[in-house]
Design a protein around this ligand. Structure first.
Ligand code: BGC
Length: 713
């Protein structure tokens, strides 16, 4: 995708001499080193593998000239990110090297839950779909797949995962991250990072922090309390740093409590480095992320991308001259990056482009299975699903004949794809399928009437840099027409109507009571058509559960109708709902959502028994009481003791598990509890404190379906 905002500034930057650094570039962008930069260590003490990464970084920084240092603090390529997404030379950014010292050029690529954005690659389902798997093991598989493609394309750093919480259901980037719950997002993010970094790549968790809307995204100031930050928005980053040892962090475009994220000393230096012990490097979001030279330098921003503006050699030169920054600051920033590069072996290995080695066929199969694991069955009455072989079906709606995805830096051009229509036609046998795109509603109704079941495909349209303007399907892709009216008309014509939604976030389902089946397939990825067909025909149990609440009406949605909370007044957005994000909001208001967080049906049924609660964990037995093999996703919610001084949400997710069970089979599931699970952030002592009193314990199959309760005192 070419973003016009970037194009505008290219000319100005080139004219000012910012694009090509004064230090010669080691390689042409797109060519990664064929031999290890430290293959010949003679005269290069930083190549001594016997030294720690810190010592090697110190030695390297000591060998740099002042001009080289200034030039190394920013990226050097705007051309890569300006290419189209399907151009194999697309790259989010590069940072030049220094050939005289054997410093390699660094390659950064947009790669997250949806795959690697660098020419056609495996297009996985969206981050929300991955979150819907409720399965860290599935996330590890997705991470390994992405890492394999990123490595073979010659990259060093992947710009993912996004772990921003979905605070408003209108968020244009809701599709990209892992939903509305801090624990689920933390678990998913940490698993993804772990598998990507196991392959030697540096993951870059983003967008630190409180980056929760696209409206006014370059200058919005999130005013958020210390407690909400610690309990809601920071945990996924904390897990990335403390558990997954993420190598890099991207600071967002937004401001937090009046300070730009990329020069936010309390958060970047105080929380990230000093409290969490982050030793990696901090990178700015692309263009406009950095708002000041000295502010960012002092706060701990290590690299400006995609090119230097605040960190251009002239800007750095004048800040040094007038004493706003010192060479000690510059060295600290460089050391952070080089320390990480040494720790991840960037100097000690070759990373040639080897894309011919990518096994796209195997990756396609994995992507399809992962998509199946995320597909969420929301309604299934009168046994309308799974569809039986030989059933005559009318497939309706333009999205049936499309591969839906979102627009933005996460978009991946699929190396291969199959539409749901094609996959259904293959699975159901062509003679049993009629297709109408829905433009002519009467024709669609006629086809539905003539079939045993009607499957209507609907979709929304989410994009980076723009939130959706409302939650109805009418606010989605204008080219799709009035999808709500189409569903209603078809449902009237055929009682066995099933709606398949391909959305990047919650949408309203005003027709839910009129149809027998509802399936949320999310943006299902290149092989998603096959995944959808397999779930509809019951070849596989729908594995997904909702990582976001679907409201029954727009006015139920968090921050809805309160401009100060969203989209903000002027540049200010007040997070005055405090901890009441996602399902916590619906619980506090007593709203009955259309579909609650954690909800999703299986083709079989489960029973939860034998709840055991102890200080170290909660355990429960899950039994498949139906006649098919299926996936159960037992969830543990705690209600911590609430008081006026320390109000608590009614319920908070504290554990989840996913088990595949054959008919009649049981499994004992344990949710371990650590001190954090029973604690709140004390804003007087600025630390976690164990809540006094008894916590309510609830185990069930969603945030609203209570199977067993207990208490923990
Ligand atoms: C996005 C980042 C992305 C970067 C590079 C920015 O606009 O916010 O998430 O990694 O572009 O494409």
């Amino acid at each position: 995708m070419i973003r016009s905002r970037t194009v505008v500034v290219v000319g100005a930057l080139a004219a000012a001499g910012f694009l090509v650094s004064p230090v010669v570039r080691s390689q042409v962008a797109g060519a990664a080193p064929d031999s290890a930069p430290c293959a010949d260590p003679s005269g290069r003490p930083w190549c001594d593998r016997g030294l720690s990464a810190e010592r090697r970084a110190e030695a390297l920084v000591a060998a740099l000239t002042g001009e080289e240092k200034k030039a190394l603090l920013a990226g050097d390529d705007l051309v890569g990110p300006l290419r189209a997404a399907d151009d194999p030379k697309y790259r989010a950014g590069t940072v030049h090297g220094v050939p005289r010292l054997g410093i390699p050029e660094l390659y950064l690529v947009d790669a997250g839950s949806m795959g690697v954005k660098q020419g056609p690659n495996t297009a996985l389902a969206s981050g929300l779909s991955l979150a819907a798997t409720f399965d860290p093991q599935a996330v590890r598989q997705a991470g390994a797949l992405v890492a394999d493609e990123a490595v073979h394309h010659g990259n060093d750093v992947v710009l993912g995962p996004a772990v921003d919480l979905m605070r408003t259901a209108r968020s244009g980037r809701a599709f990209e991250a892992y939903g509305e719950d801090p624990l689920l997002t933390s678990r998913m993010g940490a698993s993804w990072i772990g598998s990507v970094q196991a392959r030697g790549l540096i993951a870059q968790v983003k967008h630190f922090p409180a980056n929760n809307q696209e409206a006014n995204r370059y200058s919005v100031n999130a005013v958020v309390s210390e407690r909400a930050l610690r309990e809601v928005y920071l945990p996924p980053f904390e897990a990335a740093v403390r558990e997954a040892k993420v190598g890099s962090v991207m600071c967002g475009y937004n401001l937090v409590n009046g300070l730009p994220s990329c020069s936010n000393t309390p958060l970047l230096d105080g929380v990230l480095r000093k409290q969490w012990g982050f030793t990696g490097f901090v990178v700015s979001d692309w263009m406009r992320g950095v708002k000041s030279t000295d502010g960012s330098m002092k706060a701990g921003l290590d690299l400006e991308m995609p090119v230097g503006v605040q960190y251009s050699p002239p800007a750095l030169g004048s800040a040094l001259e007038n004493g706003k920054i010192t060479w000690t600051d510059v060295d600290a920033r460089l050391r952070a990056r080089f320390r990480t590069l040494f720790a991840f072996g960037v100097f000690d290995r070759a990373r040639p482009v080897n894309d011919g080695r990518i096994d796209y066929t195997a990756h396609g199969r994995t992507a399809q299975q992962l998509s199946e694991q995320g597909i969420t069955l929301l309604k299934n009455t009168s046994g309308v699903l799974p569809l039986k072989a030989g059933t005559k079906i009318a497939v309706i709606g333009k999205p049936a004949a499309q591969v839906r995805s979102a627009v933005g830096s996460a978009y991946v051009k699929p190396v291969s794809s199959i539409t749901p229509l094609k996959a259904l036609t293959t699975r159901a046998v062509a003679k049993n399928v009629t297709y109408r795109d829905g433009t002519d509603v009467a024709a669609a109704v006629k086809a539905a009437r003539a079939a045993k079941a009607a499957v209507v495909f609907v979709a929304d349209a989410r994009a980076e840099d723009a939130d959706v303007t409302c939650l109805t399907l009418r606010c989605g892709d204008g080219k799709l027409g009035d999808q709500d009216a189409l569903v209603t008309a078809v449902a009237k014509a055929n009682p066995n109507t099933v709606v398949v939604m391909q959305t990047g976030g919650p949408v309203l389902t005003p027709w839910a009571g009129k149809v027998r089946g509802i399936v949320e397939s999310w943006y299902a990825g290149g092989p998603g058509g096959t995944a959808i067909a397999r779930v509809l025909f019951g070849d596989v149990d729908p594995g997904g559960r909702l990582p976001v609440t679907f409201p029954a009406a727009e006015k139920q949605a968090p921050a809805s109708g309160n401009a100060s909370q969203y989209p903000g007044v002027g540049d200010t957005v007040r997070y005055s709902e405090e901890l009441l994000v996602g399902y916590r909001h619906y619980d506090a208001k007593g709203y009955v959502p259309a579909f609650p967080f954690g909800y999703g049906l299986s083709y079989t049924s489960f029973k939860f028994t034998s709840l055991k609660v102890s200080r170290t964990g909660v355990s429960v037995t899950v039994t498949n009481t139906g006649r098919r093999r299926g996936y159960a996703v037992p969830q543990l919610y705690l209600g911590l003791p609430s008081s006026k001084a320390v109000p608590e949400p009614a319920w908070q997710l504290r554990g989840f598990s996913k088990v595949a069970l054959a008919p009649g089979a049981s499994a004992r599931v344990t949710f371990p509890l650590d001190a954090r699970a029973l604690s709140y952030w004390n804003t007087s002592s600025h630390s976690w404190q164990r809540a006094k009193g008894c916590a309510k314990v609830m185990v069930g199959s969603s945030s609203r379906s209570v199977a067993l309760t207990g208490s923990l005192c």
